[in-house]
Design a protein around this ligand. Structure first.
Ligand SMILES: Nc1ncnc2c1ncn2[C@@H]1O[C@H](COP(=O)(O)OP(=O)(O)OP(=O)(O)O)[C@@H](O)[C@H]1O
Ligand SMILES: [Mg+2]
Length: 259
């Protein structure tokens, strides 16, 4: 499908490089000196307790939030000062914690609309016949072919999340940022999503925010743990899980929840 062989040519470091990032909201350090490198083709999981700064980090990468200081470099280009739509055009796509599908449009129309974001204006004005290749490919990847002509409003929660992921893929990004894609899903839906992420990661770089350790054990390779705006630990799932600092952060939270 949409491979990006040209990306391998970038010298040395990662596809995404974040250095000494700070985000301060009214004196509160939401991101406090984050360094993060994600290589082309990685499926990286980002975890951490509520308020750790996970969504803020994605907001900075996608141009929604301006960093107070530090740098974000994507495919060798600085993202400083770039607007959200420019960052999408550079090849970074994201989902939000809340849904953005158009309920009255069909599954296919939602995918087509997302894909049209990358098309040059003249082709938008021309009436197309049939389904564009990137739209058909995205539909197949998310496995919603049987629901292609149904309004998105009838989708189950899980199907809607897959549609959103499909809408990103249809835009042909190199890097996908997914904010808690399995939140609120059933066990079966989680499993299908894990498989979907694994498949997508074959020809994309993917960063997934997720809390669920069980899900991580099954699908993650490298995990970055954020805590109070800083990277606490980074490594493979087993090492991260065994790390006493991670256990403290998560067990401390469990105790609070139990209380
Ligand atoms: N626009 C904002 N203005 C002020 N404070 C903010 C803003 N956005 C986030 N914060 C604060 O920054 C901290 C990090 O928030 P963030 O949403 O990034 O956490 P998170 O790790 O995504 O948490 P969750 O797991 O709950 O989604 C929180 O304390 C939050 O209240
Ligand atoms: Mg969040």
């Amino acid at each position: 499908m949409s491979g990006h062989p040209e990306g391998r040519a970038e010298q040395g470091g990662g596809l995404l490089e974040i250095r000494d990032l700070m985000v301060v909201f009214d004196g509160f350090k939401a991101i406090d000196g984050v360094d993060l490198t994600v290589g082309e083709g990685e499926l990286r999981f980002l975890i951490g307790p509520n308020g750790a700064g996970k969504t803020t980090l994605i907001d900075v990468i996608t141009g929604l939030t301006r960093p107070t200081s530090g740098t974000v470099t994507f495919a060798g280009a600085s993202l400083a000062g770039r607007k959200e739509h420019q960052i999408v055009r550079l090849g970074i796509g994201r989902t939000f914690q809340t849904s953005v599908v158009f309920e009255e449009l069909s599954v296919l129309e939602n995918l087509d609309l997302a894909a049209s974001f990358r098309r040059p204006l003249p082709s938008l004005l021309r009436r197309r016949r049939g389904v564009a290749a990137e739209v058909a490919a995205a539909l197949e990847t998310i496995g919603l072919q049987d629901l292609a002509d149904r309004p998105a409003g009838i989708l189950s929660h899980g199907q809607r999340q897959w549609l959103e992921i499909g809408m990103l893929i249809a835009q042909g990004p190199r890097l996908l940022l997914l904010d808690e894609p399995v939140a609120g899903m059933s066990k079966d839906e989680r499993e299908r999503t894990g498989e979907l992420l694994t498949e997508i990661a074959r020809d994309h770089t993917v960063i997934v925010i997720e809390h669920d350790m069980e899900f991580l054990r099954r699908y993650a390779s490298t995990v970055t743990v954020l805590h109070e705006g800083s990277v606490l630990v980074e490594g493979d799932v087993a090492a991260v899980q065994a790390d006493p600092r991670v256990q403290e952060v998560y067990l401390g939270r469990k105790k609070e929840e139990a209380a």
